[in-house]
Design a protein around this ligand. Structure first.
Ligand code: GTP
Length: 516
């Protein structure tokens, strides 16, 4: 598996951060919108239930007034069949509010009915509603009951009294609950087609009105909302309905009858709407997300590029061009510029140390002159530049005696002393080496035999004139050979050595030029 680099890492971090932020705000927005919608729906349903309760109350008030008027008319004409039929007819047909209108005598006999087709006239009433009306003799709106002819209804009744106070009977207008009735006109048109509906319960919690006509008559008093509205409360509540559906219900009681009106909307309808909204929001967010990703990607490249460039140079710190490669990195932000400065310092330190080590490996520790490795490097450079040189070999005379007479330390000091004299008597371009023991070699570039001879004589003269660490001057013998006369550097050195040997044999303290 490839290792994660900074660019991928920054991109990944940006992605994770972006997703978390987006997810967080998305879900926070979603939840708060849902709560808000729930509250709005609950309040709308409460207000709607209230409005319908008021409208329905008004309907029953008006109905009572109508009946009161009819009772007034009939108080003096109760015995007139035409008058009775005229009132039932008016109530049933002209108002078109009621399913049926009847007049019942004080003896409990139906004396007029509209529509006439019902053929009720002459029947004795025995239903709960009629019995109660006959007994209580007051205007009232009944709870639902099954009428004498088996119809499930509610009835608005008004007693009829003669002017002398004699009870004559009552007039009744009824709504057939299992048929289309005035309540449908008042309540039936609901505003949503998403499972929202409303229903009306009587004081016992039985359904008087429901969009599903088959449920009329069913007792739903176990419903928490029904219990509240029947206790006279108005309000709203999230509730699981009798069929197990999660609903947002608003409810209001009716003043005139004590019934309750409940308007409700399925919670799922709102959630579905919100989910649609969420999908749209997500889809709308796609282009923005893509643009953000592209920007993040571009930024991650910008941020990681200098770090990567620095990391690449780190693999080649030892290389001579490392410093210049690091310098070229575009350190456009603070951290990278700090890192770059630190790396440059590190590289320079490393190269110094490496240079020092390299120099040490080519230097004779006692004298500070080049050793054999140093000589080889110098020869390579001469070869590269095709440079000729004069090889000057030098050996201290009777050095053994120095050691013997003055001790090894003084011998060392004499070797250092000679090295200093060699440096003083040479040019910066001359290559000065200690070949081992008390043997030295000088390469004088672009110098011919006579030039080298003059330089060697000058050095010997200087030695003769200067007191060495022994307290007295030391002398040396020198052999010279010029490279242009020999096939190789080895041959040149060999020739110079032979010349030195001749100088020793000839009595030392002298210069001998190799005879090629
Ligand atoms: N103090 C000191 N002595 C060294 C060092 N290297 C070699 N020698 C001594 O140098 C002496 C070289 O002596 P020889 O090669 O016999 O020659 P010489 O005495 O210089 O005599 P000629 O060369 O013939 O003039 C030896 O005694 C070595 O011990 C060194 O690094 N320090």
């Amino acid at each position: 598996m490839s290792r994660l680099d900074l660019q991928k890492l920054t991109l990944l971090l940006a992605l994770v951060a972006g997703l978390l932020t987006f997810g967080n705000s998305f879900f926070a927005g979603y939840s708060s919108q849902r709560e808000q919608l729930f509250e709005q729906t609950l309040e709308a349903n409460r207000a709607y239930a209230r409005k319908l309760a008021d409208t329905t109350d008004q309907f029953f008030l008006n109905s009572r007034r109508e009946l009161a008027y009819a009772a007034e008319v009939l108080s003096t004409r109760f015995d007139d069949p035409a008058a009775r039929d005229s009132e039932t007819e008016r109530l049933k047909l002209k108002s078109e509010q009621f399913s049926r209108a009847i007049i019942v005598s004080a003896a409990g006999e139906i004396v007029s009915a509209s529509p006439e087709s019902t053929d009720l006239v002459g029947l004795k009433v025995n239903s709960i509603g009629a019995t109660r009306a006959l007994k209580e003799r007051i205007p009232q709106t009944s709870d639902p009951y099954i009428a004498t002819d088996g119809t499930y209804l509610i009835a608005v009744t008004h007693p009829i009294f003669a002017p002398d106070g004699r009870y004559l009977g009552f007039i009744s207008a009824s709504l057939f609950l299992r048929e289309r009735n005035a309540l449908h006109g008042l309540l039936g048109v609901h505003y949503y087609r998403d499972g929202s509906y409303l229903y009306v319960v009587d004081t016992q919690g039985r359904l008087i009105f429901h969009e599903d006509g088959k449920r009329v008559g069913q007792n739903v008093s176990s419903n928490a909302v029904v219990r509240q509205v029947l206790s006279g409360q108005e309000g709203s509540q999230r509730v699981i309905n009798t069929l197990g559906v999660d609903m947002l219900a608003g409810f209001a009681p009716m003043q005139s009858t004590g019934w309750g009106i409940i308007a409700q909307r399925p919670t799922a309808a709102i959630t579905a709407k919100l989910e649609q909204l969420a999908r749209t929001t997500l889809l709308n967010a796609v282009p923005f997300t893509l643009i953000s990703l592209a920007v993040f990607w571009w930024l991650s490249i910008l941020i990681s590029r200098p770090i990567r460039a620095l990391a690449d140079t780190a693999e080649h710190w030892g290389a001579p061009e490392a410093a210049s490669r690091i310098s070229m990195v575009n350190s456009w932000y603070f951290e990278v510029s700090r890192l770059k400065v630190a790396m440059l310092a590190g590289v320079s330190l490393l190269q110094q140390k490496m240079g020092a080590l390299e120099a040490a490996s080519m230097t004779d520790p006692l004298t500070g002159l080049r050793n054999r490795r140093g000589l080889e490097l110098a020869l390579k450079q001469f070869d590269l530049l095709d440079q000729r040189y004069a090889a000057v070999t030098l050996d201290i005379d009777h050095f053994k005696q120095v050691n013997d007479q003055h001790g090894h330390d003084v011998g060392d000091a004499v070797l250092r002393f000679l090295a200093e004299i060699m440096k003083e008597c040479s040019r910066p371009t001359d290559v000065l080496c200690r070949m081992g023991g008390e043997e030295f070699l000088m390469l004088l570039p672009e110098t011919d035999a006579s030039g080298a001879g003059i330089a060697a004589e000058r050095l010997l003269a200087r030695l003769r004139q200067t007191a060495s660490p022994t307290g007295a001057p030391v002398t040396a013998s020198i052999g010279i050979a010029c490279s242009d006369r020999y096939a190789s550097s080895d041959a040149t050195f060999k020739a110079a050595d032979e010349a030195l040997y001749q100088a020793k044999r000839a009595g030392r303290d002298r210069v001998v030029l190799a005879s090629a």
